[in-house]
Design a protein around this ligand. Structure first.
Ligand code: NAD
Length: 425
């Protein structure tokens, strides 16, 4: 697979440009380098990951020894999504293969150039008796879901996540669901404003133009600090994408007309459209919406109800930064939660009081690149996790094995249970 990716980088960039007009540097970092990195890590660490783990025994089993043995689950179905069509297809496949499984990958039909390239490359480079691509949309996925699998790994939205889990339940198949949600970013006034703004802009618009499951979905800051934050975000946007971001070559476009219309309708809702403080431009033909910031949209508006998954960034304001915790906790548990602050107590409280799939203090998105951290959701943002050794473990069965010799049986263990034996207990 490593060879497959390295020898076909140019085709991968072409497919990503066709599907999302993804800039090459972004495609290199988030799709090529991350997947080759996962391959190399698995190749380097696999011997270690596979080693049986010694386990403690109890007095009841004395004398004995114990270990936990990882064994493959069998055949794994990976159903992938369109926003990082290579990374989110290949990364789970790498984990599943490393753990010794056979794999069927169903890439997303919404990124067709990437799906067909994956299918072609798998045919050319990989052992198709162990791993193959099945292309298709709802009908094909439904047919796949009727089969019995040993694990299903799904990335996508929660509505389909429920369909996957219901289908899996028929065969008692375990699932990993990598879903989405509204990821909050809290910005305290006690922060390095310029660095915070740069990292928010990078995580929101610099990665696939907001079409990222862990992109900051909305910001919460104090009323007093909001104007300064908005100015800083504006400056960074100009720094990154110039005065005409719609013309920038450094930003992906929206995936398709359906999502363009969904996003424009979020912006055009009553009581929302007049809250735009930055951006708001759109071009349907090019499937582009400029980076758009909205201030104080109603919490009940659609833009604050559904995952945005695009270049719109609402900012909610509160009197005290701690009030942000109630807002976050009153909603579904997000896939990621961010806070920008220099206040150590506030950082501690955020980690302690907010539940999220993962968390990053003073930055956005890049926790995804740390292989020693599990990546996955909680509650509505999903279940199970992967990356690095967590992938290997997620696609393995952990078999507990106890070894005994033929000596050392306590007489109390076997009938007849006499009063004399009872006294020995
Ligand atoms: P999508 O439309 O590509 O759907 C994902 C997969 O589900 C596709 O392979 C598709 O064929 C299949 N599918 C769609 N409808 C189906 C049905 N009725 N029955 C069976 N299969 C069906 O992608 P999407 O759902 O629009 O993806 C965006 C969502 O994914 C967002 O919520 C985002 O946050 C989430 N996401 C999560 C992660 C993560 O790692 N947690 C990563 C990326 C995206």
């Amino acid at each position: 697979m490593l060879k497959m990716i390295e020898e076909n980088e140019a085709d991968i960039y072409r497919a990503l440009y066709q599907d999302l007009s993804k800039p090459e540097s972004e495609a290199f970092i988030s799709e090529v380098a991350m997947t080759t990195g996962s391959c190399k890590l698995a190749l380097k660490e696999l011997d270690q990951w596979m080693k049986p783990q010694k386990a403690k025994t109890t007095v009841t089993t004395y004398p004995s020894s114990a270990e936990i043995v990882s064994e493959p689950l069998g055949i794994v179905l990976v159903i992938s999504t369109w926003n990082y069509p290579f990374l989110l297809s290949l990364d789970p496949v790498i984990g599943a293969l490393a753990a010794g499984n056979a794999v069927v990958l169903k890439p997303s039909e919404i990124a067709p150039a990437s799906a067909s390239l994956l299918s072609k490359l798998f045919r050319e480079y990989l052992d198709n008796s162990a791993v193959k691509v099945v292309e298709g949309a709802v009908d094909e996925t439904t047919a796949l879901l009727e089969q019995k699998w040993d694990k299903i790994f799904y990335t996508g939205n929660g509505r389909v996540g429920r369909i996957i889990m219901a289908a899996a339940a028929k065969h008692l198949t375990p699932v990993i669901l990598e879903l989405g949600g509204k990821c909050p970013a809290v910005v305290d006034s006690n922060t390095n404003l310029q660095v915070s703004a740069k990292r928010i802009v990078a995580g929101k618009w610099g990665c696939n133009n907001g079409q990222t499951c862990i992109a900051p979905d909305y910001i919460i800051t104090t009323k007093a600090f909001a104007p300064k934050l908005i100015d800083a975000l504006k400056n960074e946007l100009v720094e990154f994408f110039g005065d005409y971001p719609m013309k920038s070559k450094d930003m992906s476009r929206l995936i398709n007309l359906y999502h363009f219309k969904r996003l424009t309708s979020l912006m055009d809702e009553d009581e929302v459209s007049d809250k735009i403080v930055v951006g708001g431009q759109r071009n349907e033909e090019q499937l582009k919406i400029s980076p758009t910031i909205l201030l104080d949209v109603p919490e009940t508006s659609q833009i604050m109800q559904e995952e945005i998954f695009g270049p719109l960034l609402p900012i909610l304001t509160v009197d005290n930064v701690e009030d942000s915790f109630n807002i976050i906790n009153s909603r579904s548990k997000p896939l990621a939660a961010y806070i920008f602050t220099s206040d150590e107590e506030l950082k501690k409280a955020f980690v302690r009081d907010i539940s999220a799939g993962g968390m990053l203090i003073n930055d956005t998105i890049i926790h995804l690149t740390v292989d020693s951290l599990p990546f996955g959701g909680v509650g509505e943002s999903g279940m199970g996790s992967y990356h690095g050794k967590f992938s290997f473990d997620s696609f393995s069965h952990k078999k507990g094995v106890l070894y005994r010799g033929f000596t050392g049986d306590s007489p109390t263990r076997f009938p007849p249970y006499t009063p004399a034996k009872l006294r020995l207990l």
